[in-house]
Design a protein around this ligand. Sequence first.
Ligand code: HAM
Length: 423
Amino acid sequence: MIKAVTGTKDILPSEINRWYYLENIIKEVFSVFNYKEIRTPIFEETSLFARGIGEETDIVSKEMYTFSDRSETSLTLKPEMTAGVVRAYIEHSLGTLQPLTKLFYISPMFRQERPQAGRFRQFHQFGAEAIGSTSPLLDAEIIQMSYHILKQLGLKDLTVKINSLGVPVSRENYKKILKEFLQDKKNKLSEDSRKRFDTNILRIFDSKVESDQNILKDAPLLINYLDEESKNDFEVVKEFLIRIGIPFEIDAALVRGLDYYTKTTFEIISKKVGSQSALCGGGRYDLLIEELGGKPTPGVGVAAGMERILLACENENSFSTPDQFIDVYIVRIDKELELEVSEIASRLRRKNLIVDCDYLSRSVKAQMREANKLNAKFVLIMGGDEYKNGDVQLKNMSDGEQKTIKTEKIVEIILAAKEQSHK
Ligand code: HAM
């Protein structure tokens, strides 16, 4: 039997209401902040991600689903959205329509990581990008929206971590200082960190290896070597978060796994989902648009893992969705009434009632069982002499009351009964 590919997951009808619930909150919150939805293709030219995210990052060097199509173009399934959104922003000159472009998205992403709880190879992100302003209040807005969505879902156990990576000059300067500090300890670092020492020294802070962590305990921190502008912007972000009552921690080791960040970075962590604890992450990327061929334009954004968020919600039991139901199930006593049943179903559906009936020639008893299983609010029973005389039975499943009604009045009576049951 062919099974779903490792690290991918079917979202079954029994789970879909939780996804709708999450998606509705995302759309509601982003629209309150005036972000508009953008949908970009599932695959892009590989060079977009290599240039955008950075050749030396784990995503680009180890995790991308890259393939050649029949015309030998190297394509990659998107591992994240920011590069694609920026490509679309440049390609369609969105900045000329609006100097500040606020976009949001919900989309599947693909990374060939080792699957574990909360980590998949196809997963879904929602996110937002605000392109066109250097205002640190936008950094705070992005954090605020992310926090707001997680709170709306009822999550309690959240930690907002923020950091600043500065501008490239101060960062390059700091990298030299960090290199000097680590030089004589290099041999004691893990193999991965030794590699990063040469390729991407900041990422050593991502190491989970205890001996690396011990060495890094005394390391100089980038946050103490920031340029004036980054320092001031970081102060504004902090001040605004305090004003609007979002608690945060400063995590000077928060370097993030993508190379495009400048100044503010942040993550929101949940302790309720195991080791893959980052529900969302993001930051400012003031050089990315230029790097991808656009005019120098600043940007800031966030992306969140939807499977991980739903896992946190499940573990915290933070919300429940109403049971699934249908309005009417039509039970047919005589097989010959098939067409009539379907016709009545179609009249009821035109009034937006959720209606189903039997297509499997089941017995009356089996049809009743099905009505119960589908959590039908009303059951319509059609057949026998009664139907010939222009009558049907309508059973209200909540109180078991059953009455005889005129066939031509079915729609009117069911609508009225539904209205009544809402009161
Ligand atoms: P990221 O930190 O790579 O950032 O991913 C954002 C979120 O996506 C993570 O915090 C996590 O919740 C989720 N995620 C990542 N990988 C997986 C996976 N394999 N399985 C399940 N969930 C996962 C970005 O993608 C940036 N584009 C964020 C950003 C937007 N920065 C600026 N704008």
